[in-house]
Structure formats: structure tokens, C-alpha cells
Design a protein. Sequence first.
Length: 339
Amino acid sequence: MDLFGLTGKLIEIESMTGNEASVGIAIAEELGGLGYNVERMPVEGDRFNVWATVPSTPRPALVFSTHMDTVPPHIPYSETEDRIYGRGSCDAKGIMVAQVAAAKRLQAEGINAGLLFLVGEERDSQGAHAANLDPRGAKFLINGEPTENRIALASKGTLRVEVVAKGRMAHSAYPDLGESAIEKLLDALENIRRIKLPTHPKAGPSTMNIGLIEGGRAPNVIPDHAAANLLIRLVGPTEQLRRDIKEAVAGKAEANFILEIPFVELGTVPGIETMVAAFTTDVPALSNWGEPVLIGPGSIHVAHTEGEYIDKKELLEAVELYARIARYLLEEAEIVSRS
């Protein structure tokens, strides 16, 4: 298969979260042409996960997985001698192609792996949650995210918090007649910023980003509503953190906990460089798909940027690494599935 050509082909297909059907159809057709049995696993509307297996091994012991969706905006494919550019080049269409190439290499050795490509990772892992309700008996899951071809010892979780303050409108010339929701929100946020966030010996500190603030009606109106959205990168349980946040906003605002993706510690393979992923992945939502390993080519520092790219050399190295990791896991477990 043409590793670079297929990567470029998939990048050219716009597949922002919610609009993955076209890229799903494209990769399903490619896999069918390579001799796989391909199943479209329904998720929502016309969105589906792609599940592909070698005909002789419908329930493989090991599965490669990554996601088909991208963040906006769509950036067309371009290429230089050393790099492939475009939205999804490293997060995660290049990874998808590297996993297909690794699976084909293993198949030539008589080792049959499954391929699970998912929708919705960039928003809420909806595809992973749907797949987790329909596991296929795998013992190991090699999940792909841009880690610069290093194995992640852990992946930070996510806690999304909405802080809402309410006030009372009045003419700004008479502030004593109103109650400023924005001032309440600012006080609440300052209290939250004083919270000592947890740390982990391997994963390091939790971090917090106040990513969105909105409120008010006009400069000459005392605001009756204000809200902020926070994202905290987790390195452990959230019970105490949730209590701290509620205490910090008490009397000023209300804290609504919108989404939690847990912190996870992950398996490793000897002889491969390691790292800690400060980002979240589909792994916590795929608990029924086997013991997870997280690794992939490309850098998270260029993912989601206007200059997203993947080095061709790193993409080729990923094929070798994926095959090597699969052999190790299966040989250690003595469950190599041969055709």
C-alpha cells in the first residue's frame, strides 16, 4: 500500500467531528480492497465506526485503534520531501494509515490484528463509547495519538466545569439598584484559581484553563448573567477537587460539572522511549477492548494548529513500532493468532 498517498487522500476528505461519514466510507473501501471484512458500526445518524478483521480471525486478540474525526477548520493536504501537511496529518489520519500498514505487515507473518477507527474523539468520544458496548474479545488495544512514537505511561483526564453567576439588571448610572453577575463571576474565578491542584509522581501536576467567558448585555446595563467554561487536566480522582470548586464559588456562582474523562495509567513495552500524555484520548472509553497501550507518530504540539504536519520518516518508523509492540504483547501472552 502507498503509505504517503493514502494519508494524503484521507486528509483531503473533510471530517470534522460530526461529519465523519465520508472519511469512514473511504477507509472502509480501502480496507475492503486489502481483503478485510469491514463492518460499519452505527453510532448516530450517518456516523459510524469502522471495524475491520481478517476473514479467518473475526475476533482477534489485538486491535489497533485511532479516530477519524478532526478539529476545525479543514486544512487541505500538501506535501514536501520530508513532511505531509493538512488537518489530520498527525491527529490522526497518518496514524490510521500507519496502523493499517502495520496490520498488513503482521498479517504477512501470520499474525492477524483488528482495526477499529472511531468517530467523535475530538468532542466526547461518542464513537468509543458506542464501540465499548459491543466489544469483540480483544486482549490488547494499541491506541494511536501523536506521542512522537513514544509510549505513554499515563494519559491525563479532563474535567469540564461551567461556572454560572446570576445578578439583577439595572441602569449602569445606578449600580446600587442592580447586582453584577460579572463581578460575582470574577470573584468566583479568582477563588478557583487559588485552589491547589493535585499532582501525580509520574504524570506531574493538574492544569486548568479558563477557556471561555461570556456575559452581560451592554456597557450601560448592570449584567444579570455571566458564565465561564473551565477545563482541568486531571491526574487522579476528582472527589476532593469537585468539593473545592463548589466551596470556592459558594455565594457567588454555581458550578456545573459537564464532562469527566478519567486519568489513566498505561502499559509499556521494554526498549521504547516513554512520555506522559497531557491530553485525553479514547482509551478510557474503550475499557472492554483490552489492555491499552498508547503510542503514535507526530507531535501533539502541532496537532490542532494551522501548520499541522507529520514527518514521513516518523510515519515509517511508526509502522515498525506498531508491529513490534503487537508481536511483544502477543508473544508475552502466548496467544498469537495465526492464519
